[in-house]
Design a binder for this molecule. Structure first.
Ligand code: UDP
Length: 333
């Protein structure tokens, strides 16, 4: 590990990597990079490289883990052994378990979990190269991968950290700032500015904490633009493509051609009324109905969500300046 720098911010207000204090590292994303996943995204953010894959919704086994009234989201954050300077021991650690938990919780408020009772959505975030901010990088990639998988969500989630070095708040910490700074506050939020993850390491004053949230909102707003652009690029292209026998194009047609009527078919109440003989709500008692619903409804739902929700959330971007207040009372970790 390199030594602690004497100064993190120079006389021109620039950081060690040449960024301004409120500037995020360059970010690029590629969507649909894994053919066997339902949704995927590869993200590079500064020197971070992260791959996110989403599988599902699909029936959860063993059935005793099923939730009667909602889908189960599982999120696994993992750092590859070769992703850091000193090799990491493969397998789960306290750190990765904690990050997986808080990241899963960051998505729970936005995923429409009630639509797929008894099912599971698996999110895998693999850090291939780490350079500070990997949990937030993983959330940004996972958010796009979930959208790519057609998972119905209220909107995207974006994440970024704010820290403190040389007595100043800085957006999107680089490695030395993360290692030697006075604070590290990773956050994730929706396009409405609702905070779905906030952690804090180090010390800041109450006033600085409020400023950090505002700074992070601006960072997340920029990240959400990139996420939406990534999705828009894929789905606009898909919109223009003719239906062909190519496997990907078949998906495209499902996405583009489905109508709102088919959305109603997927409605949760319809699903329940399908299972006439269902007497209690335990997953075990409605195994067959759920088997069918989870699988068959997926592709239609993708279409509806893409047509409706993404368009809606694209409009949100423009209205997002007013990322609202009102979450200043968020919990600190
Ligand atoms: N890191 C490392 N080994 C570890 C954990 C972390 O080298 O076992 C590095 C890695 O570059 C990571 C950074 O330290 O990005 C900051 O880690 P932190 O736990 O703050 O999480 P992150 O900022 O990546 O979300």
């Amino acid at each position: 590990m390199s030594d602690k720098p004497e100064k993190f911010i120079d006389e021109n207000g620039l950081r060690l990597d040449g960024r301004r204090i409120d500037e995020i590292r360059p970010m690029k994303m590629e969507i649909g990079v894994l053919s066997r996943a339902d949704g995927s995204c590869y993200l590079e953010w500064g020197k971070n490289k992260v791959l996110a894959a989403v599988y599902g919704p699909r029936e959860l086994h063993p059935r005793r883990l099923q939730k009667a009234d909602s889908v189960l989201i599982r999120y696994r954050y993992n750092m590859a052994a070769f992703s850091v300077e000193d090799r990491i021991r493969p397998g789960p650690s306290r750190r990765s378990t904690e990050i997986s938990k808080v990241s899963r919780e960051a998505f729970e408020p936005v995923v429409l979990t009630h639509l797929y009772p008894g099912a599971v959505i698996d999110v895998f975030a693999e850090v291939l190269q780490a350079d500070a901010g990997t949990r937030t990088a993983a959330i940004n990639a996972a958010s796009v991968a979930l959208a790519d998988a057609g998972i119905p969500m209220k909107g995207l989630v974006s994440a970024c950290a704010v820290g403190k070095v040389d007595g100043k708040l800085v957006l999107d910490l680089n490695k030395p700032e993360d290692n030697y700074g006075d604070a590290d506050i990773p956050m994730a939020m929706t396009s409405d500015g609702e905070i779905t993850l906030i952690q804090m390491d180090g010390d800041v004053t109450q006033e600085e904490f409020k400023q950090a949230i505002e700074m992070c909102k601006e960072g997340c707003r920029q990240i959400m633009e990139i996420q939406k652009e990534t999705l828009r690029n894929k789905f606009t292209k898909l919109d223009e493509v003719d239906i062909s026998d190519d496997e990907e194009d078949v998906d495209v047609s499902a996405l583009v051609e489905s109508t709102l009527e088919s959305a109603e078919d997927d409605d949760i109440e319809d699903k329940e009324s399908d299972s006439d003989e269902e007497e209690d709500a335990t997953p075990e008692s409605s195994e067959e109905d759920e088997d069918i619903d989870v699988d068959e409804s997926h592709s239609d739902f993708e279409a509806v969500e893409l047509v409706e929700d993404f368009e809606e959330s694209f409009t949100d971007v423009d209205e997002e300046e007013d990322v609202s207040d009102g979450e200043d009372d968020e919990e600190k970790d």
